[in-house]
Design a protein around this ligand. Structure first.
Ligand code: SAM
Ligand code: SF4
Ligand code: SF4
Length: 350
């Protein structure tokens, strides 16, 4: 990796809204072993759905190279996501490569946890420190309904248990909240993890992509979630761990740990959004709701130098002005039903 002055001159670059680039979310596959109704509904992602052909997918070498370039211009956090990252063969090898990047202080993985019982050990050995595991309900039937698969949550729960024993800390549990789907099970899910050290984070159902049939009426606001859980287990707010933390934190007054809420719809946090996204096929995407991205794969494969690619990234970032969620909340009726051709969640990984 070159350390030339051209790379250094990009350190600290900010976008048009004065936001630096700090985090890179890497989608390692567009495939998934679940068919969550709000992300990859089975009726659309069926047998005949064409996922990316192998040559289109970035190799581990290419992902590492992009991560090193981002690290050189200021990124210190990586998140591995998908699709389901654990269905990508030899993922631990990628974790090991990324762990060796000096500037990277934090690598996390978001997974549905189904394959964690198989891979948690080797991920730990490869240097992974943090895990976020998605689990929308501990209720067997609701879990099946939301994940679009016939199995209940047993594997995911076993994966969480194993990860806890292995010392992943803190483990975060992501719960997407959908009105009239899983909202009546939130208290049970919170109760299940209360006192285990895991932090359950309730996420407002978002209108990502164009295939999940999103309706504003299906969003349960974070405020309502806090009221619901707080009426069973009294809660109090906690200061954020750092500026720009996406989840708002609350702790149980009895000292049994904390929960979080992610209010992407009711209280958007675009002002502090320092996240860049690398899609499975190497596109740099500057917003979860973007309609496309800039192809870095072409640059990687056509012999461009690290400096040239860094310049490209710098150009994209300094021109960034995305704040989709803020605009949406300011003009709700402007966006409902006007999905256009937004990038799908499984493609850029949330
Ligand atoms: N397959 C992995 C998983 O489910 O954890 C990683 C990829 S998934 C796209 C990343 C996160 O996005 C998950 O926690 C998932 O629940 C969340 N997600 C997907 N679609 C969503 C939506 N429409 N609204 C809110 N969160 C969503
Ligand atoms: Fe798969 Fe994750 Fe999307 Fe569910 S949310 S379909 S587990 S990528
Ligand atoms: Fe960041 Fe776009 Fe989400 Fe706003 S809408 S927080 S800019 S990803």
């Amino acid at each position: 990796m070159s350390n030339s002055s051209s790379l250094k001159s990009l350190v600290g670059i900010t976008d048009k809204l004065n936001r630096p680039v700090r985090d890179l979310r890497i989608s390692v596959t567009d495939r998934c072993n679940f068919r969550c109704t709000y992300c990859m509904p089975a009726e659309i992602f069926g047998e005949r759905y064409e996922f990316l052909p192998r040559p289109e997918i970035l190799t581990f070498e290419e992902i590492e190279r992009v991560a090193r370039i981002f690290a050189a211009v200021g990124v210190n956090k990586l998140r591995i996501t998908g699709g389901e990252p654990l269905v990508r063969a030899n993922l631990s090898e990628l974790i090991e490569r990324l762990s060796s990047i000096e500037e990277i202080e934090d690598i996390a993985l978001t997974t549905n946890g189904y394959l964690l019982p198989k891979y948690a050990n080797e991920l730990k050995e490869a240097g992974l420190k943090r895990l976020t595991i998605s689990l929308d309900s501990i209720d067997e039937e609701i879990f099946k309904k939301m994940s679009g698969r016939p199995q209940g949550p047993a594997n995911t729960l076993e994966g969480i248990k194993l990860a806890t024993e292995l010392g992943f800390s803190p483990i975060k549990i992501n719960v997407v909240v959908q009105r009239a789907v899983n909202d009546h099970t939130l208290v049970d899910t919170a109760r299940y993890f209360k006192g285990t050290g895991a932090i359950v984070r309730f996420i407002e159902f978002m209108d990502v992509g164009t295939k999940n049939g999103w309706e504003l009426s299906e969003v349960v606001t974070s405020k309502d979630v806090i009221d619901m859980i707080g009426s069973e287990f009294p809660l109090e707010p906690v200061d954020p761990n750092y500026t720009g933390e996406v989840a708002s934190r609350y702790r149980y007054k009895d000292g049994d740990g904390e929960i979080g809420v992610i209010s992407s719809v009711s209280e958007p946090f675009c002002g502090s959004c320092t996240r860049a996204r690398l899609s499975t096929d190497g596109k740099l995407v500057t917003c979860l709701f973007a309609s496309g991205g800039t192809d870095l794969k072409e640059a990687l494969r056509s012999g461009q130098s690290d400096e040239e690619i860094a310049e490209m990234i710098g150009g994209i970032w300094t021109n960034r002005s995305d704040r989709y969620s803020e605009l949406r909340s300011k003009a709700t009726d402007l966006y409902v039903g006007a999905e256009g051709d937004k990038v799908e969640m499984y493609y850029i990984g949330g």
